[in-house]
Design a protein around this ligand. Sequence first.
Ligand code: C2E
Ligand code: CA
Ligand code: CA
Ligand code: CA
Length: 273
Amino acid sequence: AKRQGRNNYQMYNAQIEGLSKTDLHMETLLHKALDKQEFVLYYQPQYDAATLEVSGIEALLRWNSKDLGMVSPADFIPLAEETGMIVPIGEWVIREACSQNKEWQRQGLPPVPVSVNLSLRQFYQTDLVEKVGLILKETKLDPKYLELEITETIAMQPDIAIHVLNELKAIGVLIAMDDFGTGYSSLNYLRRFPIDHLKIDKAFVQGIQQDEEDRSIIATIIALGHNLNMPVIAEGVETEEQANLLKSYKCDMFQGYLYSRPLPAEMIPAKFK
Ligand code: C2E
Ligand code: CA
Ligand code: CA
Ligand code: CA
């Protein structure tokens, strides 16, 4: 819903202002960014709530544009989605994350899954499963060390979604339901989707101290996840108070600035010590 809201807002903008020049300019540059190797992945560790050991790592895309400087994914992913460029970019992300995770394992780090965000467009590509399978072969990464993060929006086409998810599970990758509670929620589909982790959006986590409603939403999401046998991850954990409250609700994993910002790949090994 967040993403769609953004797109709508951009379209609205373009309509009232005439075609946005900056958007067109950005689109031209985005087209060339892959070839120019301007994309880079940052990595943010996820921590086991009980042991505080690293139990996963999320890959987050960055665009280091020669012309625009560092562009945040929030500013270019909606455009990449509208234009379809998210498909080749997203494929690059999966390959890069798998190959980096394999590299960490070669260096002797304890193996953990790397999580990659999938946009809706990618999820519905007919050759997604085939491509993921090829990338795993190519990079020699054991499928259980790749997790794909999807959002509730996939439930808008539930039959296709269940089919794709089952195929992905069949090749052995993990699935996380991202931004849970912010979008099109359907508890019925949640039960039918083969999901390994539920991720609570940082919007709820950040309200946890002040807002009783956010607290009860979080408690409910965690209980729901556990009833469906899904460990729950909280993103956007910034303070000890948030972590303690989340722990009291039996949240399983934490991710956020309190523990680590997203980092360049070479800074990840130090997080295991
Ligand atoms: P997301 O998947 O919900 O990722 C979490 C966002 O929260 C990331 O923003 C992360 O850097 C940020 N974050 C992590 N810890 C904290 C914290 O403690 N406090 C706060 N305030 N923020 C925190 P980022 O990296 O800017 O990414 C924004 C969104 O862009 C992501 O949201 C995801 O939806 C999308 N995205 C990022 N990389 C990719 C990608 O490779 N493919 C696709 N399709 N989308 C991506
Ligand atoms: Ca995510
Ligand atoms: Ca997301
Ligand atoms: Ca989120």
